[in-house]
Design a protein around this ligand. Structure first.
Ligand code: NI
Length: 183
């Protein structure tokens, strides 16, 4: 099922999301729908708050970025109740975008690698290390679960310059090919 993507300005994007209970009804369906929504909107990551569900789950498929980084070829994953347990490396800048903030891209500084603990779709605990673009996407999606957006990580001056555009987005005035929802 393809969900509409909630746009900047929707309160759900600013909430700290709740843990996913192990007996969450039809978790498989939710995961499938998140992948489907992400592919439909041509994203490489999607967090549950972006489809209006305040839950700690995000999906990633970074294979479209294989040309930039061959290790991303098979980086398709669901992260349930993730916890970033450590960051490493010197912060680096990279140009980011977000399905909830269409038509805006900004350089965002983030750590270069992370160690993350999470549950897979069978609710098995795993701990893994990611670096480079994979670590970047994970940090972006993880922020969504904390009610944060990438524009919170840019300079106040840059943000001021985007203010008018952000206001239009919050009113649903965007030109995108996927379904969106604004509140
Ligand atoms: Ni995003």
């Amino acid at each position: 099922m393809i969900y509409p993507v909630f746009l900047y300005g929707s309160p759900v994007l600013r909430k700290v999301a709740a843990e996913v209970p192990e007996d969450y009804p039809d978790l498989d369906h939710l995961i499938d729908s998140m992948f489907e929504t992400m592919y439909h909107s041509e994203g490489i990551g999607l967090a549950a708050p972006q489809i209006g569900k305040s839950l700690r789950i995000f999906v990633i498929d970074a294979s479209p970025l294989e040309e930039d980084d061959p290790s991303l070829k098979d980086f398709k994953r669901v992260f349930i109740n993730p916890q970033i347990i450590s960051y490493e490396g010197e912060p680096e800048k990279y140009n980011e975008g977000c399905l909830s903030i269409p038509e805006i891209r900004e350089d965002v500084e983030r750590e270069t690698s992370v160690m993350i603990r999470f549950c897979d779709k069978y609710f098995r605990y795993r701990e893994e290390y990611f670096e480079g673009i994979a670590a970047r996407i994970i940090q972006h999606e993880y922020d969504h679960l904390e009610g944060k957006l990438f524009i919170d990580r840019i300079s106040p001056l840059r943000k001021r310059l985007l203010k008018r555009k952000l206001t239009s987005i919050s009113k649903g005035k965007v030109d995108v090919r996927y379904r969106v929802k604004h509140v």
